[in-house]
Design a protein around this ligand. Structure first.
Ligand code: PNW
Length: 456
């Protein structure tokens, strides 16, 4: 059997501004919360920061060439808010916009479609100082104003927009009580309710952001949210286990309070019952603002959880991963390829959005890559991981779920947040001391898959 995809299937790869750009003081950029956070002792492994990263800001031409060599047609990257509005709001820094102008033109010249994430965690430090960033509702309005500036500047050439990347990570991991390792700004708020309030504000930013993008775009465009909801997988696909996975989908991770309101306009009742007085305050009209019509949903998928029906009060149980379960080079990176298929299926069924196009906005893994004497990286573990997840994507497509495309995380090794440069997710190896880009075996494998439009 060959595992071919439909001719319209979009093959892509993804990066994010703070993880690759470096050049943190260039052309009027002001600090982001990640600059502040990573320079505090003990926050990031080995004391790494994004100050230089992959120096993409200066080497973007080489990186566009790398994309062209890969034969990719779609590239997802993010814009750094503190380059555009260094104080978070107010004065626009045209030199910051000029960088993305050149990047977009360079991509288009190679026939590569840009897919732009407006926020991938690097919020302006100025807004943290002014009102505590996501702790304040003001953040949502400032985000929408920032979106307007970017879309007005690039919207003549960019038609694929994503509002926020992974609300769970930058709110619950950034403000949550006792999160290890924490995310910027690393501000521990005083209650679970206050944590949920930060993600509620982010949902508002998404809603106002969608409206701002559509209002500012000079042409028809597509708008999506990028979410890493947690997929629940029935251990064996019996009707009972499938029903159990659907029930569990409401309350695992932060699903019930992020993807549910974003797509359905309601927090999951099961989650609200669990939260009790720790649920966030929801002002009149908020849920209507949050549930915006979306052209597609971006799903970041790395892992998931197995569920089966059981005689427990909730009617299901989640199976813990036994010691020795296959895992890649992150504590949470259990190999659960079915999470891709089941995530897409839950959008259609459990969230009742059968018409909602889904694309995989990120999938990939960290591996312990080493350069051989011949300057090669034989990352077979990454190829095996990716192949399994692509098989799950193929299953979703052949069963008729509206899965449109797949963006591999990541084009190159980069600053992996609290793990710094210690964890490599790229299909291109970065030799940080020389900034040399060395395509790994997975790069050549993925290139062949793209060219053949099938899993090899
Ligand atoms: C995503 N988890 O983060 C981000 O969007 C990327 O910027 C990041 O580099 C990539 O995945 C790899 O980590 C995640 O705890 C952070 O399950 C945490 C989790 C998953 C994804």
């Amino acid at each position: 059997m060959t595992y071919s995809f439909p001719p319209t299937f979009q093959w892509g790869t993804a990066t994010a501004a703070y993880q690759i750009e470096g050049a943190i003081q260039a052309d009027g950029r002001a600090p982001s919360v990640w600059d502040t956070f990573s320079t505090q002792a003990g926050t990031v492994l080995n004391g790494d920061t994004g100050a230089i990263a992959c120096d993409h800001y200066h080497r973007y031409r080489d990186d566009i060439q790398l994309l062209a060599d890969l034969g990719i047609q779609h590239y997802r990257f993010s814009v750094a808010w503190p380059r555009i509005l260094p104080q978070g709001s107010g004065a626009v820094n045209s030199a910051g916009l000029a960088f993305y102008d050149k990047l977009v033109d360079g991509l288009l010249a190679q026939g590569i479609t840009p897919h732009v994430t407006l926020f991938h965690w690097d919020s302006p430090q100025a807004l943290e100082d002014r009102y505590g960033s996501w702790r304040s509702r003001e953040m949502a309005k400032d985000f929408a104003d920032y979106a307007t500036v970017v879309v007005k500047a690039l919207g003549d050439r960019v038609t694929h927009w994503m509002t926020l990347n992974e609300i769970f990570c930058f709110t619950h991991l950034g403000y949550g009580v006792n999160q290890i390792p924490p995310h910027a700004p690393g501000t521990v708020v005083s209650s679970l309710k206050d944590v949920w309030q930060t993600s509620h504000h982010a949902l508002l930013a998404h809603g106002l952001g969608c409206q701002a993008i559509r209002a500012a775009s000079p042409q028809t465009c597509t708008v999506s949210l990028v979410d890493n909801f947690l997929a629940t997988i029935p251990t064996v696909e019996t009707p009972e286990n499938i029903a159990a996975a659907q029930t569990a989908f409401h309350t695992v991770g932060t699903n019930g309070g992020i993807i549910f309101p974003a797509l359905t306009g309601e927090y999951s009742p099961a989650l609200l019952e669990q939260l009790g007085d720790q649920a966030p305050d929801i002002a009149p009209g908020d849920l209507d603002t949050i549930r915006q019509p979306l052209d597609a949903l971006g799903f970041n998928v790395y892992s998931g959880v197995y569920v089966r029906a059981a005689e427990t009060p909730l009617g299901y149980e989640i199976l813990p991963f036994p010691k020795g379960y296959p895992r890649l080079h992150m504590p949470w990176l259990h190999v659960v390829p079915e999470s891709l298929y089941w995530g897409v299926r839950h959008v259609s069924t459990t969230l009742n959005q059968p018409q909602m196009p889904v694309f995989i906005s990120e999938n990939g893994c960290a591996a312990q890559d080493e350069l051989t004497q011949q300057s090669e990286v034989l990352d077979l573990d990454r190829i095996h991981y990716l192949r399994q997840y692509l098989h799950a994507a193929h299953r979703a497509v052949v069963e008729g779920y509206p899965l449109q495309g797949y963006f591999l995380w990541s084009l190159m090794d980069n600053f992996e947040w609290a793990y710094g440069y210690d964890r490599r997710f790229g299909i291109t190896y970065i030799d940080y001391p020389t900034q040399q880009r060395i395509p790994k075996a997975s790069f050549y494998w993925y290139k062949q898959c793209i060219a053949a439009n099938q899993i090899l």
